[in-house]
Design a protein. Structure first.
Length: 230
């Protein structure tokens, strides 16, 4: 499981807020067998977030989330930890809190991230800039804790794809899914699109926003691949 560079950067940023002293990072170096060389707090955090082995990344993330800061008060550090927890979920990890943070892989983050990148490339190739902007907005709303709005924007991305692709191939928007030539695929994508309607509720659990986001990215990727190969 390759860890995305951006996720490593987010971990480093949180570490820089949690760890204010070298003796704290010395413990991290001992626990996770990392380089104990003293440079600066920032450089050590960057180095550790990048050098931690892939199979132990979630353990370091869990350790950092559960570490009490010696130099920041709870009201300052807790929102940062909650933000990082949301980021971990977006990247495919299961994160729970029962008085203590628990981090574990839920599904393959590497493949999800690869699919996001491939989808972004295909959208660029097709010239569908607005659809990528919808997906970026969905992710941004999620990271800010706006789960319902995140799902709404995910659904809008799929809706905009229907309209843009229908115009591209010269069919009516309402009949676009019929052009997939696969009844099972058409019905499944209809259900995924309908699931996105949950975003219109006043509030939804975070996991539903993440679930819907990845389902919709997969649907968009599937549709783009079909029309790329035609």
């Amino acid at each position: 499981m390759a860890i995305d560079k951006k996720l490593q950067t987010y971990l480093s940023l949180l570490m820089q807020q949690v760890f204010g002293y070298h003796h704290e990072l010395d413990k991290v170096a001992l626990i996770f067998a990392l380089d104990p060389t003293h440079t600066t707090i920032r450089l050590r955090c960057n180095k550790y977030s990048e050098e931690i082995s892939e199979d132990r990344f979630q353990k370091l993330a869990e350790y950092v989330l559960n570490k009490e800061s010696e130099w920041l008060i709870d009201t300052e550090i807790e929102p940062l930890k909650k933000g990082f927890a949301r980021i971990l979920v977006m990247y495919g990890f299961k994160v729970t809190y029962d008085g203590k943070w628990h981090v574990e892989p839920r599904f393959e983050p590497q493949r999800l991230e690869e699919q996001k990148i491939e989808t972004k490339t295909l959208l660029k190739d097709f010239g569908f800039k607005e659809i990528q902007e919808d997906l970026d907005s969905a992710e941004d709303h999620y990271l800010k804790g706006n789960s319902a709005q995140s799902l709404i924007m995910s659904r809008k991305a799929l809706e905009d794809l229907f309209a843009s692709m229908a115009m591209r191939i010269g069919v009516d928007r309402s009949n676009f899914l019929d052009s997939l030539n696969s009844k099972s695929a058409k019905e499944l994508i209809k259900e995924i699109y309908a699931y996105g309607c949950k975003g219109h509720e006043l509030s939804i659990p975070e996991w539903e926003a993440v679930f819907g986001y990845h389902l919709i990215v997969s649907s968009i990727y599937f549709i783009l691949l079909i029309f790329k190969n035609r």
